[in-house]
Design a protein around this ligand. Sequence first.
Ligand code: RB5
Length: 140
Amino acid sequence: MIYLGSDHAGFVLKQGLIKHLESRGMEYTDCGCNGETVDYPDIAKLVCHNVLGGNENRGVLICGTGVGASMAANRIKGIRAALCGDYYSAKYTRLHNDANVICLGGRVLGAGLASELLEVFLNTEFEGGKHALRIEKLDS
Ligand code: RB5
């Protein structure tokens, strides 16, 4: 399952990504917000705790810059959240970091680029091998 969450600054971009996922017939769960003012750490916790419910789950967190959301998410054990603004990072954070959450800046990115980043993030498999040893060290 793909769990999406944003604060008020990421709400418009979240709606754009939901439209994109729906156009692709992909299932998702919207964890809020609904446009009201919320604190990004609260939304990050909600999305991340859902993501931790299954290995195949993915999270999408959007705040104004994506920075606060990524800081909040990466404090949660088992979450590997990647703040992405370019295609290469969105791809390689799956290949090399096995990132399970992508963070995006709602005041930084347009819906077109954000949709491309989300697509490559969702469709790229972790390479494992030496990279698995490295991500184990993140939690040790
Ligand atoms: C909200 O105004 C803004 O501070 C928040 O969305 C985020 O950008 C923080 O990192």
